[in-house]
Design a protein around this ligand. Structure first.
Ligand code: NAP
Length: 312
């Protein structure tokens, strides 16, 4: 199957309806980003769409920030069903929508849009996708764990932190390079972790820490699950975001990055369980698929296609 990226100019061309086809199928779904060429979403969604016997194509659409709102409106007008939204548009996706699911409302971001008779509906599936990924990968309920999130102030880290708080984790430790970014998140999450049944109070159940603090090693040691939501590891030559002395055999380590990283290698060499972020990508995509098409995809088909795209 041909992989295609469409532009704002394609959406606005007089023959846009004819252009928006891949291998003879009309484009009904897409991932929108800038850049978007690297996105793995078409590779995992198209086989799941085909498996349902639907004559729809899933495309990439590259929209610069200034063109985002008009491009989305145009996609809706052209009869598309919806889209995934990736960097740098997740906040703009919240703003372009008329209605929002509770997570999207709370965090003011969206990664999934639905075009519904002139209305645009926004959803955020990153957090629930993370929970499904952790449950699947480690077979331990999130609520029973003490969780350290590295990069909690970023887009992915905020979604993960919010979901951990709503799941009622035993303890949540938020770490970020720019510590001030954690202030609004702390205020948002503190009420969810204010239970007298756990530890000794909200101050102990919810902690913040700068990434460069020596205290991070001690906090990592007391965590059960360590999540990397920083961008450190995206480049193959990147170091680990956490000193390796912080890792122990009792740790479960999850890196939101889709492939093996220094952190995951270090974790394994210290006897910890380590998983990369492709399962989160898979599950947030599966939830979006269900929202658009009102039926769950064949998740194992999507997983195989995603693995083939990453490994290939
Ligand atoms: P983002 O909003 O730009 O956030 C980036 C985060 O990384 C921030 O916390 C930032 O800290 C931190 N960071 C960047 N460089 C750093 C450095 N040198 N030292 C310390 N911290 C640093 O990006 P995002 O969308 O959240 O993406 C973050 C990561 O998650 C990426 O690797 C992305 O691939 C991955 N991701 C995975 C999935 C999935 O489904 N598996 C979904 C979304 C994202 P500051 O706040 O101090 O800048």
């Amino acid at each position: 199957m041909t992989s295609a990226t469409f532009t704002f100019a394609d959406l606005n061309a007089s023959d846009a309806a004819q252009r928006l086809h891949i291998d003879g199928k009309p484009v009904k779904l897409a991932v929108v980003g800038h850049p978007v060429e690297h996105s793995l979403s078409p590779a995992m969604h198209q086989p799941a769409i085909d498996a349902l016997g639907l004559d729809y194509a899933y495309a990439r659409v590259d929209l610069a920030p200034d063109d985002f709102a008009a491009g989305i409106q145009r996609m809706a007008t052209l009869g598309m069903l919806g889209c995934n939204v990736t960097i740098p548009h997740k906040q703009a996706a919240f703003k372009v929508a008329n209605e929002h699911d509770p997570i999207s409302s709370e965090l003011q971001v969206a990664n999934t849009l639905v075009f519904d008779n002139g209305e645009i509906l926004a959803y955020s599936t990153d957090g629930p996708g993370f929970v499904n990924a952790i449950t699947e990968q480690f077979s331990i309920p999130l609520a029973s764990m003490k969780v350290l999130i590295l990069g909690a102030g970023g887009g992915a880290g905020t979604c993960i932190a919010r979901q951990c708080a709503h799941e009622g984790v035993e303890q949540l430790i938020l770490a970020n390079r720019t510590i001030e970014k954690l202030d609004p998140l702390y205020q948002l999450l503190a009420p969810h972790l204010d239970s007298e049944h756990h530890l000794s109070g909200p101050g102990d159940r919810l902690l913040t820490c700068p990434m460069d603090s020596p205290e991070l090693i001690e906090l990592a040691n007391q965590a059960d699950l360590i999540v990397n939501a920083t961008a450190i590891g995206l480049k193959r030559t990147d170091p680990s975001p956490l000193p390796h002395q912080a890792l122990s055999p009792h740790h479960l380590v999850y890196d939101a990055i889709y492939r093996d990283t220094r952190l995951l290698k270090d974790a394994r060499s210290h006897g910890a369980s380590a998983r990369d972020g492709r399962s989160m990508l898979l599950h947030q995509g599966a939830l979006a698929f269900d929202i658009w098409l009102d039926q769950a995809p064949d998740i194992e088909l999507m997983r195989d296609a995603l693995n083939a795209a990453i490994n290939g």
